[in-house]
Design a protein around this ligand. Structure first.
Ligand code: CMP
Length: 489
């Protein structure tokens, strides 16, 4: 081995390694490789410099110093070669699989360093450190063993985690109470970064004893379970329908595997339901959970279900929070609508009484374009956005403005989608309510028709503007005319 180290071929090999590492360092973005490559380059440079120093000054130095210098360059240069080759091999492994953890590199490096150092020392000084270590006193070995018990336990646990691969760097895992992304699997411990941006260091031997949930394997959908309690008065199928409609509305919930609500348990005060849905990335589970529970609250409330004083129990009370909207406040909203100025006070009062309040949470869809509909809405609070199917916003409506008249009056499908921009309270009026209005004030029908026509023209203009020129009706009309004049097929 010493001859190989002293040959000039080694220097040529080191120079080639140095150039290769330098080149890859500029080309490869992988930070772990870049760090390892820098370490390898440094060791190669220092080793080569010490070798040159030794060759130039060996004759002038005292023999002991010259020998120490020789051993030093041999060890450092060998370490440089080991570090470079290990980093190159791990780069190949990483390019095929997911990141190889630090512990693997450390164990490989350390084992090769120790073996090389022992061989060099043995050959240079004829000193067999390995057998001296093995032949050392039994008491010293026991003391050393005890002192290193924890460290070795962590190391072996780290290695077994590595071999078994229950998770890898970058995976989202939950261990005991903690959930976070694996930052590093080290000698002694594994580091997680939680959503609160804390770095949690878990000793490897503790980690090996706990149940670890990994949410990142193979980009598979991850299931999330939620439990809600609703009163016995609410028919389970109705509750499940409300939940299903809510789940269908939340964009981050995957369509497959399908989300489900199940009647889960008859409890003392309420019925428990389990809701299971799947998301692509567990890191977003809490956001989706919040969205689902928030929307369920609004939907249950609109369906005549509300959260009573009894903790965590929803019970039926009908109709929806009427007392929050006394007659005066309803009348005040009607005053804000120009169209209803023609109504006499008793008519307004009657209308105020038949309107039904509906609460919508920010982001909820109130009306879906293309769906059938026979309800008219008056905005009492908050803001809603009228959008086309392509997501173009037509306008925003707030207190005193209204929507839903087109389908109600013409029987056609909804002409646009209406979404609550912020929490909104609306008053709903149905066809019989309108019939009564028109019976007393036929002129209202003409006014509504004008508004309806204006809105429809605006929608049409917007639809035309967003069409590519080739699909535009005008382009088609011109094309038909051209074909006719020039006899084109
Ligand atoms: P309807 O078609 O029943 O449902 C969608 C509603 O969006 C529609 O009734 C109108 O009330 C409303 N809407 C459509 N276009 C406009 C517009 N240009 N300005 C204001 N509201 C509109």
């Amino acid at each position: 081995m010493l001859q190989a180290l002293q040959s000039n071929w080694l220097l040529v090999g080191c120079a080639a390694l140095f150039l290769l590492l330098g080149l890859l360092h500029t080309l490869v973005a992988d930070p772990l490789f870049r760090r390892d490559a820098r370490g390898g380059i440094r060791l190669l440079l220092v080793g080569a410099a010490l070798r040159a120093l030794h060759q130039l000054s060996a004759d002038r130095l005292p023999p002991g110093v010259a020998r120490a210098l020789e051993v030093a360059w041999m060890i450092i240069l060998s370490f440089g070669v080991i570090r470079s080759l290990v980093s190159l091999s791990l780069l190949v492994v990483r390019s095929r699989e997911r990141p190889a953890p630090k512990i693997l590199r450390d164990v490989l490096d350390a084992t090769l360093y120790v073996i090389t150092a022992l061989v060099i020392v043995k050959e240079e000084f004829n000193l067999n450190l390995f057998s001296s270590l093995l032949a050392g006193s039994a008491i010293a070995s026991v003391v050393l063993g005890l002192a290193l018990q924890d460290t070795l336990g962590n190391l072996f646990a780290g290695l077994s985690l590595q071999l078994e691969r229950p998770f890898e760097v970058g995976d989202l895992v939950s261990v005991g109470q903690e959930t976070g992304r694996v930052l590093q699997i080290g000698w002694r411990a594994t580091r997680l970064e939680t959503k609160r941006r804390e770095i949690i260091t878990l000793p490897n031997n503790q980690l090996a004893k706990q149940t670890v949930k990994n949410f990142s394997r193979g980009n598979e959908p991850v299931g999330v379970d939620l439990y809600i309690k609703v009163s016995y008065e609410a028919p389970p199928n109705q509750v499940k329908r409300v939940v299903a409609e809510t789940l269908a509305e939340v964009p981050l919930i995957l369509a497959s595997p399908p989300a489900r609500a199940r009647t889960w348990a008859f409890e003392e005060m309420s019925i428990e339901y389990r809701i299971r849905f799947f998301v692509a990335d567990h890191a977003r589970a809490n956001r989706v959970r919040d969205e689902v529970l928030t929307r369920i609250w609004y939907r249950l409330r609109r369906a005549g279900l509300e959260i009573p004083a009894a903790p965590r129990t929803m019970r039926v009370t009908a109709p929806e929070h009427r007392d929050e909207f006394p007659l005066e406040s309803r009348l005040a909203i009607l005053e804000a609508v120009d169209l209803f100025n023609v109504l006499r006070p008793p008519e307004k009062e009657h209308l105020a009484k038949v309107m039904v309040p509906r609460s919508f949470g920010a982001g909820e869809r109130i009306i879906e374009e293309g769906a059938p509909g026979q309800t008219f809405y008056l905005v009492a609070d908050g803001t809603v956005a009228v959008t086309t199917r392509r997501g173009v916003e037509v306008t925003r409506l707030s207190r005193g403005q209204y929507f839903g008249e087109m389908s109600l009056l013409t029987g056609e499908p909804r002409s646009a989608t209406v979404v609550a921009v912020e929490d909104a309270v609306l008053f709903e009026l149905d066809r019989p309510g309108f019939k009564q209005l028109f019976a007393g004030h036929p002129e209202l029908a003409a006014q509504f028709s004008t508004i309806l026509a204006e809105r429809r023209l605006q929608l049409q203009a917007l639809a035309d503007a967003t069409l590519p020129p080739s699909d535009h009706p005008e382009a088609n009309r011109i094309l038909a005319r051209l074909r006719q004049i020039f006899g084109l097929s």
